[in-house]
Design a protein around this ligand. Structure first.
Ligand SMILES: [Zn+2]
Length: 518
């Protein structure tokens, strides 16, 4: 379905952790989508940010002798630095401690309370006395608190609950019919079978303020603070400036796609969507759930010391290399493995050999054979149909692949054109025509090579904005790269005869794999 606007969100990342490649994966994907939709001429909005309330943050700050706000400020800044390093261009970085966000959360809770969706009840769960805290099953190791090695006891606490159960049937039908779409399909089925088997229970949306003070007080009972999840969901609305900025909200709501990893799918698919229904706000068009990264075959964890820092990585290899690698290594939506070895192999084969080499061969030939000026292709029948056809096929398949977030297939398609163009140079052998003084054939071949590079440069831009910009400058095209439009400007023959090529620096020097890079 075509929309004039495009709105993508990442989750707000919880500040109990510094940015790692898991966060980077989601955020890079959102950035690629946004840049692509811009090239398609759509108005886009890309929202990311940090989730900053709750017990964990309160405790971490206490341990470091900092106020929670100070602690959050520091971690939020680390996320911003990581995104700068990875060349992420978001439209808003929302922090859930932003006063406007907090006011909006209170407003929503008051409305839900007034409309009868929130009521006072009891929350019963496992409680660790040592931690003075309720524990989720996932927090425990072998049924015990990992910090105190004790079995938590069942306890109940007075709290406010949201009537999630009353949305069960509507929600089930919406998901089943794809009116509210969850992708990939296995993830959709997972949510459906959860609703079938377990059913939806009302959920606690508050905590006792005496215990969890680092949260937004309930407007109708200030002895309670808002449970961090509920608060966090609302960022997708407040990040657009809702409720004050009606224009922006009307322009971009609902989200075209909300990206997330599978661990937070269930709460998003049930609680968040039900809150929207209770508020009478249109639902997101699609959730897309991506997989997890393991590192060298192992789960990433602080204790194993294998957490990969995206900032260090981008400083060593460059943002574009990380962006390309993460989205080409395995399909978005399945689990995969990350290793420096694979990254370097991919760099050498796809980026140094294929892509970089294409340019490094072409530019000197242009200088030598054509005085650096794009020549006129002399005869129509000499145009290489094969190259032209592949370019057209890649462009034609783009929209469908982007709609299903098949980044890996998109890159594979573009690289088919890259490799074919390299092969075309070998086959057409322009150096032979130069020797013969066959101007007609020489001009045609050189034009075809450059035209293919021009199209590739536009297509790779969402993934590798910095590299594409550099190539664009070498091509000497005066219109800006970001003002190019898909599909209008990626049809064959768009390169203007007479354009002056500019030689630039080599793009992807090979990495010596024999060096020890551990
Ligand atoms: Zn404990």
């Amino acid at each position: 379905m075509y929309r004039k606007s495009f709105y993508v969100t990442t989750p707000v990342y919880y500040v109990n952790d510094v940015p790692h490649i898991g966060h980077s994966y989601t955020t890079i994907a959102a950035d690629v989508l946004t840049r692509y939709h811009k090239l398609c001429g759509q108005d886009t909005f890309f929202l990311t940010g940090t989730d900053e309330h709750g017990t964990k943050i309160q405790q971490m700050a206490e341990k470091k002798n900092k106020s929670p706000k100070e602690f959050c400020d520091e971690v939020a800044e680390k996320f911003k630095v990581a995104w700068r390093n990875l060349n992420i261009k978001y439209d808003n970085f929302i922090r859930t401690t932003n006063p406007r966000h907090e006011d909006a959360v209170k407003e929503v809770l008051q409305k839900l309370y007034d409309d009868g969706y929130i009521y006072k009840g009891k929350y019963e769960a496992l409680y660790c006395v040592g931690c003075e805290q309720f524990k989720m099953k996932g927090d425990l190791v072998g049924g015990r608190c990992p910090d105190h090695k004790t079995e938590p006891e069942k306890r109940s606490e007075e709290c406010y609950l949201f009537k999630l159960s009353s949305f069960q049937d509507r929600l089930y039908k919406l998901i089943k019919s794809d009116k509210f779409k969850i992708m990939p399909k296995e993830r959709k089925n997972e949510v459906l079978s959860f609703i079938e088997n377990e059913g939806l229970q009302d959920v606690s949306i508050s905590r006792d303020k005496a215990k969890v003070y680092w949260g937004i007080p309930l407007p109708f009972d200030t002895s309670h603070t808002t449970y961090v999840w509920v608060d966090a969901f609302l960022n997708y609305l407040t990040g657009l400036g809702w409720p004050q900025d009606k224009n922006n909200f009307e322009k971009f709501w609902p989200p075209t796609v909300q990206l997330m990893a599978k661990d937070i799918l269930r709460v998003h698919a049930t609680i968040w969507v039900s809150i929207l229904m209770a508020l009478g706000i249109e639902l997101p068009q699609m959730y897309f759930i991506h997989g997890y990264f393991t590192v060298n075959g192992q789960k990433m964890s602080k204790s194993l010391g294998n957490v990969i820092d995206p900032v260090a990585l981008s400083e060593k290899y460059g943002a574009d290399v990380i962006r390309y690698f993460m989205l080409s290594e395995f399909p978005f939506g399945t689990d995969g493995d990350f290793s420096i070895k694979r990254l370097e192999e991919t760099y050498n084969s796809d980026l140094a050999n294929d892509f970089g080499n294409l340019l490094h061969r072409t530019i000197p030939m242009m200088d030598k054979y054509c005085d650096g000026v794009v020549p006129e292709p002399k005869k129509e029948d000499l145009i290489d149909e094969d190259l032209k056809k592949i370019a057209q096929a890649v462009v034609d398949s783009l929209a469908g692949l982007y709609e299903e977030l098949k980044f890996r297939d998109i890159l594979a398609d573009i690289w088919r054109l890259v490799r074919r163009t390299n092969k075309y140079i070998d086959e057409a052998a322009p150096w032979a025509f130069f020797k013969e003084g066959n101007d007609e054939r020489l001009s045609t071949v050189m034009y075809n090579i450059l035209e293919s590079i021009r199209i590739i440069t536009i297509l790779t831009y969402p993934f590798m904005p910095e590299t594409s910009q550099k190539i664009w400058e070498q091509l000497g095209i005066t219109e800006s790269l970001v003002s190019q439009r898909i599909p209008e400007d990626v049809g064959w023959g768009g390169l203007k005869v007479g354009t002056k090529i500019k030689k630039g620096e080599p793009l992807f020097p090979r990495i010596d794999l024999n060096k020890n890079n551990a």
